[in-house]
Design a protein around this ligand. Structure first.
Ligand code: ADP
Ligand code: ASP
Ligand code: MG
Length: 423
């Protein structure tokens, strides 16, 4: 039998009991005859706790040192897991990302994997051992410094390793039974999807469904590698992320794949921008130079009396202060009036490939939000997605209303959330 790559998230290894439970599952896969490679995240909320600690000693921790600190979380869980597997009578060897050959660029906190050279993993497998790899981390090709891949990045480590090892499948074990039509923490009646296409899963992940890291889905699609999302707490069948097989039932797709939400963005408004050629370009150049990824952008029609306009955009909250500083530096050059910053917002997105051929989806979505008294601040669309920005306090109402409007409810069983704090 071939190589299986299994990834276990933080809530699956939150304490010693969890580590032992996961070790048993790993040993079961080994006994079934597979070569097993495991990728593991930091225990429970360790990564958040380490970030809190760093912020207590320095308001803006240097990115190189923050990465060094955070990768310690995964080192703890990988070594404990290897011990627990050893205790069940099988040899397991743990490896840091660097030892496992995860080579990245040098952008601390959001490094991209540029190569995977898993020689030591292959050697361990050849010798009959189980390889346990620290997720979320790598080593920079240029600086040789330790890097991290961004929050939730262990999923991407797992898929990148699975692709490099030519595994048949990458299994992602988490604290819910698969990918649902909405976050089961908000909508308990959400339905588990048996399958979902790469295209729809990419949109769901990009819109904040943190059950999978966005880049892991991009990677899997590029290598045509199926991902199997399952709970580490149950034996339920989970969800397959793969392209629909030609002629299969799921060629007849549901119109809507699901509703996603995201509370990690903030909104900046540049007030009173003179309405002349080149002003928007100057603003967005300054943000690009500061390495900020923007999401939605809206420019209002300029008021005839003043010939000035407002430009609003959303961006990751974590980049809010950097963006405000970059814009403040060009205030005189651009001649805008002021800047507004709002991080009490949330994004709610409706995703489905069936939108392409079904008119009326937008109308149903907006009337569902109106009936739930949700006020829409910004709108953006793609071929298979509609997203709105709402007040953060209205995110749950908006998700619930949209989910109900498209009949996505499961028929009987309520979705189970087995662990995690939802942090
Ligand atoms: P892990 O620690 O295993 O990486 P995460 O917390 O990163 O787990 O991801 C799992 C969580 O993703 C679930 O507990 C759930 O709250 C959340 N989630 C958001 N959207 C969805 C969705 N559509 N389907 C399933 N889970 C979702
Ligand atoms: N431990 C990291 C995080 O909390 C990586 C991961 O869990 O995937 O973001
Ligand atoms: Mg995760």
């Amino acid at each position: 039998m071939g190589i299986v790559v299994q990834k276990y998230g933080g809530s699956s290894v939150a304490d010693a009991e969890g580590v032992k439970r996961v070790a048993q599952r790993i040993v079961d896969a080994k006994r079934a005859g597979h070569d097993v490679v495991v990728v593991v995240s930091a225990m429970g909320d360790t990564t958040d706790e380490l970030i809190d600690l760093a912020e207590q000693v320095s308001p803006l921790p240097p990115p190189r040192e923050l990465d060094m600190l955070l990768t310690a979380g995964e080192r703890i869980s990988m070594a404990l897991l290897a011990m627990a597997v050893g205790n069940l009578g099988h040899e397991a060897r743990s490896f840091t990302g660097s030892q496992a050959g995860v080579i990245t660029d040098s952008r601390h906190g959001k490094a991209k994997i540029i190569d995977v050279t898993p020689g030591r993993i292959e050697a361990a497998l050849t010798q009959g051992a189980i390889a346990i790899v620290a997720g979320f981390q790598g080593v920079s090709q240029d600086s040789k410094d330790i890097t991290t891949l961004g929050r939730g990045g262990s999923d991407t480590t797992a898929v990148a390793l699975a692709a490099a090892l030519r595994a048949d499948v990458c299994e992602i074990y988490t604290d819910v039974d698969g990918v649902f039509t909405a976050d089961p923490r908000i909508v308990p009646t959400a339905r588990r999807r048996e399958r979902i296409s790469y295209e729809e899963m990419l949109e769901m992940a990009a819109c904040g469904a943190k059950v999978l890291h966005l880049r892991c889905v991009e990677y899997a699609r590029r290598y045509d590698l199926p991902i199997h999302v399952r709970s580490s707490f149950s034996k339920m069948p989970g969800t397959w992320i793969a392209d629909p097989e030609a002629g299969s039932e799921d060629m007849e797709q549901a119109i809507i794949a699901g509703v996603a939400h995201d509370r990690s963005e903030a909104k900046i408004t540049v007030v009173g921008v003179p309405d002349k050629v080149g002003e928007a370009a100057r603003i967005f150049e300054a943000l690009a130079d500061a390495q900020i990824n923007l999401d939605m952008i809206v420019q209002n029609v300029s008021a005839a009396a003043t010939n000035r306009t407002d430009i609003s955009f959303t961006l990751p909250r974590a980049d809010g202060q950097t963006a405000m500083a970059a814009l403040a530096r060009i205030k005189d050059e651009v001649g805008y009036d002021s800047l507004l910053y709002d991080d009490q917002i949330g994004k709610v997105s409706l995703i489905g490939a069936g939108m392409r051929s079904h008119p009326g989806v937008t109308a149903t979505f907006f009337s569902a939000l109106a009936s739930a008294a949700v006020n829409i601040e910004m709108i953006s669309t793609s071929e298979i997605r509609i997203s709105v920005i709402v007040d953060e306090t209205q995110v749950n109402d908006a998700v619930t209303a949209a989910h109900a409007a498209f009949d996505l409810e499961a028929e009987q069983v309520e979705a189970v959330v087995y662990g995690g704090t939802g942090r």
